[in-house]
Design a protein around this ligand. Structure first.
Ligand code: C2E
Ligand code: MG
Ligand code: MG
Ligand code: MG
Length: 287
């Protein structure tokens, strides 16, 4: 019996592995096609001032709708792109696409100089030789002040090669581009290094925000992260804010900015333009 049992387990296991490998190779093939055919697109999620509700910027997020496989989450295709090197051409495309869009919105007066566009960077992009200079020349090309571009890098990515990361972030900072540490609280930052990192923003991970009302530990963590950020001279953005009471609590903890479904889902270009029309001068609305 144990023999049979274990061989069954073995068969199930290998069937499962086969399925996973098939899915992976299909995804990879389709992703290559999608890049060639420029079939990826971007959505933009507003970031708002928690005090006033005013729109401060947006995060560009990649989307992939595949005719064969349906909508595929970035949580699935970004890691695949990272391990296969496809993230580099995808990153180039993202920069072209988002900066062209930003430039258009600026020209159209839909947003002004205070609007900051955040872009997610993978480790291999950040570590590219001459990345800061490349980004700066793109800014010049689109007449975008580097000050309105912010890169988001996850805490765990930064810690892979912290010395190189510090160098690259210093370069970005020298050309005027700011940086945020994404998903903060989920990695293992060394406090000593955190002090040396030229970052302007810490983003509290959604997992802490979710528990902020009902879980004392999550609330204390959110509070600790906020205090830490302020002591480092950084601003705090809370991600994944889904309810008004979470927003209130975060404001009470002195967190400056919020991002999440409570304010807005990530929006298509058309919906984002509509959002800016209906959310102008929120500061005055709140008074
Ligand atoms: P992230 O940078 O932490 O992005 C925030 C994620 O949380 C997004 O998921 C967003 O849709 C989701 N989100 C925002 N507000 C809420 C909320 O109130 N509730 C919930 N439940 N979720 C919320 P998304 O778009 O699926 O992206 C997942 C991750 O994939 C991103 O996490 C980022 O690490 C990565 N990613 C997405 N686009 C890109 C990209 O263009 N380049 C790179 N390198 N990574 C990307
Ligand atoms: Mg992000
Ligand atoms: Mg995040
Ligand atoms: Mg996150």
């Amino acid at each position: 019996l144990p023999k049979e049992g274990s061989s069954l387990t073995c068969q199930l296991y290998s069937a499962d592995m086969t399925r996973q490998l098939e899915r992976r190779s299909q995804l990879l093939q389709q992703l290559r096609l999608a890049i060639q055919q420029q079939a990826l697109h971007l959505v933009y999620q507003p970031k708002v001032d928690l005090q006033t509700g005013q729109l401060l910027g947006a995060e560009a997020l990649m989307r992939w709708q595949n005719p064969l496989l349906g909508a595929i989450s970035p949580l699935e295709f970004i890691p695949l792109a990272e391990t296969t090197g496809l993230i580099l051409p995808m990153g180039e495309w993202l920069l072209d696409e988002s900066m062209q869009q930003l430039s258009q919105w600026r020209t159209q007066g839909i947003i002004d100089d205070s609007f900051v566009l955040a872009i997610n960077l993978s480790g291999s992009q950040l570590m590219q030789e001459g990345f800061a200079e490349q980004l700066l020349s793109r800014c010049l090309h689109w007449s975008i002040p580097p000050q309105v571009i912010q890169v988001e890098i996850t805490e765990s990515t930064l810690m892979i090669d912290i010395h190189k990361a510090i160098d690259q972030l210093n370069r970005l900072s020298e050309v005027g581009i700011s940086a945020a540490i994404d998903d903060f609280g989920t990695g293992y930052s060394s406090l000593a290094y955190l002090r040396q990192l030229p970052v302007q923003v810490l983003k509290i991970d959604r997992s802490f925000v979710t528990g902020i009302e009902n879980n004392v530990e999550d609330r204390r963590l959110a509070e600790t992260i906020t205090t830490l950020a302020h002591n480092l001279g950084c601003q705090v953005v809370a991600e994944g804010v889904e309810t008004e009471s979470q927003a209130r609590l975060l404001l009470h903890l002195k967190c400056e900015q919020g991002q999440g479904y409570y304010f807005s889902r990530p929006l298509s270009v058309v919906d984002f333009e509509h959002y800016t029309r209906t959310h102008t001068c929120s500061a005055a609305d709140h008074l």
